[in-house]
Design a protein around this ligand. Structure first.
Ligand code: UDP
Length: 241
C-alpha cells in the first residue's frame, strides 16, 4: 500500500500514525522534523527518522526480552514501525539518573550531578498547558490513570531504566534521563511511543559530550553527527543491535 493511500490517524511533531489492514495495529512513520520548547523552535535533523525508528526498534526488542510489554510488533522499513494500537495515557513519565534540563532549573543543582537513586517524574501531556508537572493526586483528580495503573507505570519505568542503562553503558553512552509514554490495549498496559535521542539524554560516557536533542535545543551544532554516532553505537556497523 502506498504511504499516501492509507488513512492517517494522527500527525504529531516527529511522527505520523497510520491505520493498517490489521485491526489493533498501526504504523508509526518517523519524520526528520524536530521541535523544541513546545514547538516554538522548529527545524529538520537529516536522517533523524531512520535513527529514531531503528534505535527504538532495537531497544523495544531488548525490553521485550526483559519482560517489559511494549507496543513494538516489527520493523517495516527505515522509517516505519508496526505497532500495537494503544489508547495513550496522557502522562509523560520521566526517569532521571543524572541532573539535567528542567531538574537543574527547578532545584539549582548543577547539570551533571549524579542522582544516587533514579527518580521518576510525571508530566501532563498537554500542548496547550505546556506539559506541566503532576503528582499522583493530580493524576487521580484528572482521572488520567487509576492508582494501580500508575503504580505499574512507575515500576515499569524503573525497570526500563535498569535494562537500558547498562545496555547503553556497554556502548559508551550515559543514560542521563528519558521520557516514556504508556497506553492501554484491552485490559493491558504497554510501553508505547519511541525511545531515541529525541526522548533521551545521552552523553558520551568518557567525555560527557551531548549526543541527543539538546544539541538542537541549545544550538550546539553537530546535531546530525550526534544522531549518527548514537545509531552506530546502538546498532553497530551491521545496523543490528
Ligand atoms: N522529554 C521529551 N519530551 C518532552 C519533555 C521531555 O522527550 O516533552 C525528555 C527530554 O528529552 C529529556 C527528559 O525527557 O530526556 C527530561 O526532560 P526535562 O524535564 O529536563 O525537560 P527539558 O528541560 O528538556 O524540556
Amino acid at each position: 500500500m502506498k504511504a499516501d493511500a492509507r488513512e492517517k490517524l494522527y500527525e504529531g511533531k516527529a511522527k505520523i500514525v497510520y491505520a493498517t489492514d490489521r485491526p489493533g495495529t498501526v504504523i508509526q512513520y518517523f519524520k526528520d522534523d524536530a521541535t523544541a520548547f513546545n514547538a516554538l523552535k522548529r527545524g529538520t535533523i537529516l536522517g533523524k527518522g531512520v535513527v529514531n525508528n531503528r534505535m527504538s526498534a532495537a531497544l523495544f526488542e531488548r525490553l521485550g526480552k526483559a519482560g517489559v510489554p511494549t507496543h513494538y510488533l516489527g520493523t517495516l522499513s527505515d522509517r516505519e514501525m508496526l505497532c500495537r494500537r494503544l489508547d495513550i495515557i496522557k502522562i509523560e513519565t520521566i526517569v532521571r539518573n543524572v541532573v539535567a534540563g528542567s531538574l537543574a532549573k527547578r532545584t539549582g543543582l548543577e547539570e551533571g550531578t549524579a542522582i544516587r537513586q533514579p527518580i521518576v517524574e510525571l508530566y501532563y501531556k498537554s500542548d496547550p498547558l505546556g506539559d506541566p508537572m503532576l503528582n499522583e493526586d493530580h493524576v487521580r483528580m484528572l482521572g488520567l490513570a487509576r492508582p494501580p495503573e500508575l503504580a505499574w507505570m512507575r515500576r515499569t519505568a524503573l525497570r526500563v531504566n535498569a535494562v537500558l542503562r547498562p545496555f547503553l553503558a556497554r556502548r559508551g553512552l550515559l543514560l542521563v534521563d528519558f521520557k516514556l509514554e504508556f497506553g492501554r490495549a484491552g485490559r493491558r498496559l504497554y510501553l508505547g511511543d519511541e525511545i531515541s535521542p529525541d526522548t533521551c539524554r545521552l552523553w558520551d560516557a568518557a567525555t560527557r559530550k551531548k549526543l541527543d536533542k539538546d544539541r538542537f535545543r541549545r544550538d550546539l551544532g553537530g546535531v546530525e553527527e550526534a544522531y549518527q554516532e548514537v545509531y552506530r553505537r546502538v546498532l553497530g556497523p551491521s545496523g543490528r543491535a
